[in-house]
Structures are given as structure tokens and as C-alpha cells.
Design a protein around this ligand. Sequence first.
Ligand code: PBG
Length: 332
Amino acid sequence: MLQRPRRNRKSSAVRKMIAETRLGVNNLIYPLFVVDGKGIQQEINSLPGNFRWSLDKLLPEVEQCLKLGLSTFVLFPKVNDELKDKTGTYSYSEDNFYLKIAQTLKKEFPQINLMSDVALDPYSVDGHDGVVRNGKVVNDETLEILAKMSVAQANSGFDIIGPSDMMDGRVMTIREALDDHDFTEVSIMSYTAKYASAYYGPFRDALDSAPKTDGTEEIPKDKKRYQMDPANVKEAIREAYLDETEGADFLMVKPALCYLDVIKTLSDITTLPITAYNVSGEYAMLMAACEKGWLDFETAMPEMLLSIRRAGATAILTYFAKAYAEKFDSKN
Ligand code: PBG
């Protein structure tokens, strides 16, 4: 035999020498759920190892993450029902606890890269990412709210604005609003190809933000009229082209695992960095199998993240970020 591919796998040293894909803690973005109040660290049932944090508990947690080498965080707010309304006014209100948490975090840890979430769902009585009127999620009225929310977030110190709402024209609207308020250095990470996926379930539990249909057509029961159809990839290319021209700094594909081909396609056609969101359902699926002893966490988890990198994602937003930093990064 002239060709023996196994020679290139014969030792750990040779395998490491020729590894094409590397994953490090610098590529990871860690999502954190925040609540108003004090002394709260409440584990999320369907996301074991992830918590809803109040500010006082969050500060030491972030400090610990920084020591592990993580430096980019995204915050998601769990808002009390009495603060929700049809148009999400609390999202940009002056006494919004989410904005205050961001301010304190940036004051305590100015070196962090702090990313926000822009969409109406945590603030909306209807649980939709936009304003619901007569059974429809209305696009252009929503854009004005998203712009206000983004400016309020930039004003509170967020470094990256993360529109996850899938309204048409949001990147341009947000970019213009930020620039009008002199936030020219604040970045936009657009959820470019966000699919109407079943894998967001645990996240909606965490925030109590599921679309709240009343059984009639008045409130759409899913997000299929704005999030993308899992059957399509050309649409992702179209969205990527639009986000680029509208001024996005990073493009995101979400979820990651069922959409590795979309990550690959977008990374081949764009010069912008690609982020992939390894979503809550993907985390829950792996954790459940590991809890049952059906999969081995220590090997399955890094393999999952590596596959997302190999597909072409530069950064990965993942609930595994801290576990990865704890267990593997020092060994890289
Ligand atoms: C809200 C938002 C969602 C996620 C991130 N931002 C839920 C949704 O669109 O219904 C899901 C993240 C996850 O599942 O980890 N706009």
C-alpha cells in the first residue's frame, strides 16, 4: 500500500500538528439570563447548569468567567408579567433593570464585550418579537420600537446590539438610530438567518416568553411569518446580503447544529465574521443524553462545538461556554 492515511493519525502530537480546526475560549460567547431583585440564582429546569441571575449574584459569576478567559457575554432579561404590554415600552424605559445591570457590569468590568438582545418578546404580552395587531406581527411599527430599544441599550454601555427579531429593515433602522445618537462605535450582530425552530423551547421557558396564542387567529401561535423556513438556504443568502448592505458587523446563523450547511454557505459568500447560536434545545438535548449516561459529556460537548467551527463559524454563542472554558481551554 502506498497510501496509509492512518500514518497521519498515529500520535497525539501528529494529530495536533495537522488539526485544521481549533476552538478556544476566545471564540465563545456566553449567554446569561438576568432578573430583577436580589439574591437570586435560580436554575432553569430545561437548561441545567444555567441560571436566572440577579445583579448581586451575577457580578461574581462574571468575574469567575473572566478568570476562565471568557470575555463576551450576551444578556437576556426575564421580565415580570406586570411590566409587559402590547408594544414593549419597558424595553427602553429608564428604570428597566436589564439596562441598569448592563451599566453596572460595564462599570465593574470595562474590558468585557457585552452584547444585548433586541426583540419585543420578553417585554410583550403576546410573546412575539414584534407588535401584534389584528392577528399580524406588524413590521414597520416594530422597527421604531427596536430602534428605541437599541439606543437605550447603547446608552447603557452595551458594546454589541443583537437584533433577534427578524423584522425586515431592522439592521438599517438600528444603524441609523445608533449613528444619530453618536453611537458609531457600537456594533450590530444581526441574527441574519434565524429559523422558526423547535429548538428554542428551553429558552422560552427561561424567559417565560413563548408566543401566547389564545386559540384564535388573533395571536399567531408560532413565529413562522418572520423567522425562516427550515427548508430554505437561498433565503439565508438573501438575508445575509441585506444585513451586509444595511450595515451589520457580524452575521449570525441560528440554530447551529441543524443548520451547519447554512453556516458553511454564508461563510463562503461573506467577508463578515459568522457567529452561530448553539441554541437552548441543542444544549438540552446533549445534557439530557449525558444525564442518562447515553453520551459522554467530556467528549460529546467539544465535538459539538468543533463541528460548528469547522462549518465556518468564527464565534459560537453557547450555553456550554463556561463548561468548555473550565474543562478544556487550559489543555489547548
Ligand atoms: C428572542 C430570542 C429567542 C432566542 C434568542 N432570542 C427565542 C425566540 O426567537 O423565540 C432563542 C435562543 C435559544 O433557544 O437558546 N427573540
